[in-house]
Design a protein around this ligand. Structure first.
Ligand SMILES: *Cc1c(COP(=O)(O)O)cnc(C)c1O
Length: 450
């Protein structure tokens, strides 16, 4: 099966976006709902490695991976070959009607590679939001409790329950309520913005969260009714916030002691992205349930919940499922992607990318006082922009300038953050050193030009 080979060089032959992209954008505006946005409206022709090629013939450096999805690279040959082979045999039967081996194999792989040596089970779904919803269903079903604890700056998806779990109003929730009930939000251990300093953040935030769960929730509904604590081990859309050291282990311990299911939302952090297969491993956390999606299948839609057998198996037969969950082509792609992650040492590659990039980003922090914080692990890195001169309030204007410059130079760059002031780097782990360097240089030029 021939895969398009994409030359690994940046090349701009028109302005960005080019004339063909602009024409397509006009067509799109007459056909596609306005509420669906695009970060950079260059229309894609093909992509691979660290390059996205557009319909005008421009080759852009990819620092987005389609939001942490194409960790193994876009159209990775092994993924394409295995998915195509599956498509020629059957496209769908529905696992709930007549099952197939690929689904079982993906679950076996997830049970094997997720943290913890205990007995596990998995189930497959289509999207991250669906995985989070099902993790909450399973936690509630297994414990007979209702309340779910989430955190400031959390992002868990766009369905009704996951909107309730998500912290940020604009653009995710505004006008879309009423939201699902029994969701309780706690302060997040956000080192850069912790009042008593980053070194105190983890333990203090854990104490606050635990005290609030016990007191506030205790008074309202009884702490014995908390089904789950749900958290991203590194927050994604909220601004790539690595919780202060000690926060996650204390929360996990509190959950264990109180019969609360600890759910890790690893939808963005999973599959080698942060320099471990899963971000929980940075502090040795073993979650009871884990939601995964994005990086799982090299770009095909697939998601999963993996967790303790006694929780996963507690739900009655027929209580979990969905028509497309674990589509056979997506399963084949996932098996190839997982093999690629392991055989090409992409966990190590993520760390190497992190070392190179963090060094360069810290250089920016030394030079420019609008760089308030540089953080991240592996190939999940962020730069938080502030007003500068001792003022740490968010600097969205500078962010806009940096991003516009990078886009104009053919660097696909994303933003994040509750305050909309965080640049985030999510290069494919298949990116080469040259493109990584060049992308970082464009980012440096952007700062020099402000
Ligand atoms: C993207 C994301 C989701 C939602 O995934 P979808 O596939 O967009 O539904 C949930 N949690 C986190 C941490 C995410 O980054």
């Amino acid at each position: 099966m021939a895969t398009p080979q994409v030359a690994q060089v940046r090349r701009l032959v028109t302005e960005i976006p080019g004339p063909k992209s602009r024409a397509l954008q006009e067509r799109r505006e007459r056909a596609v709902a306005a509420g669906v946005g695009s970060v950079l409206p260059v229309y894609v022709e093909r992509a691979g490695g660290g390059i996205v090629e557009d319909i005008d013939g421009n080759s852009l450096i990819d620092f987005g991976s389609g939001i942490a999805v194409t960790n193994v690279g876009n159209a990775d040959p092994a993924v394409v070959e295995r998915a195509c082979e599956q498509l020629t045999r059957f496209t769908h039967t529905c696992f709930m009607v007549t099952p197939y081996e690929g689904y079982v194999e993906v679950c076996e792989a997830l049970d094997r590679i997720t943290p913890g040596g205990h007995e596990k089970r998995s189930m497959l779904l289509n999207s991250g939001a669906e995985a989070v919803e099902n993790a909450v269903k399973i936690a509630r079903g297994a414990t007979g409790r209702q309340a779910v604890v989430v955190f400031d700056h959390a992002y868990h998806g766009r369905t009704n329950l996951t909107m309730a779990l998500t912290a940020k109003n604009m653009p995710y929730k505004q006008g879309f309520g009423p939201f699902a009930g029994e969701v309780y939000r706690m302060p997040m251990a956000y080192p850069f913005r912790w009042p008593t300093g980053p070194e105190n953040c983890g333990p203090e935030a854990a104490r606050q969260a635990i005290a609030q769960i016990s007191a506030q929730i205790g008074a309202q509904i009884g702490a014995q009714n908390v089904a789950a604590v749900l958290i991203e081990p590194i927050q994604g859309e909220g601004g790539f916030i690595e919780p202060g050291a000690g926060f996650l282990p204390e929360l996990a311990e509190f959950c264990r002691a109180n019969g609360i299911v600890f759910i890790a939302d690893e939808v963005q952090t999973g599959f080698a992205r942060t320099g471990h297969m899963f971000a929980c491993e940075h502090e040795g956390i073993v979650p009871d349930l884990m939601a995964t999606a994005k990086g799982i299948a090299g770009g095909l839609p697939l998601a999963a919940v993996t967790g303790r057998a006694e929780l996963m198996d507690a739900v009655h037969a027929g209580g979990l499922g969905g028509t497309y969950g674990g589509n056979p082509a997506a399963c084949a792609a996932a098996l190839a992607a997982l093999e690629t992650i392991e055989s090409r040492g992409l966990v190590r590659r993520a760390r190497a990318i992190g070392e190179v990039a963090l060094d360069r980003l810290r250089g920016l922090a030394e030079k420019y006082d609008i760089v308030g914080d540089v953080r991240g692990r592996g190939a999940m890195l962020a730069v938080e922009l502030v007003k500068g001169g001792g003022d740490t309030s968010p600097n969205t204007e500078a962010l806009g300038q940096v991003v516009r410059y990078c886009h104009s130079q053919g660097l696909v760059l994303l933003t994040a953050g509750s305050y909309g002031n965080v640049i985030r780097l999510l290069p494919p782990l298949a990116i080469g050193d040259d493109l990584l360097d060049e992308g970082l240089s464009i980012l440096e030029e952007a700062f020099a030009g402000i």
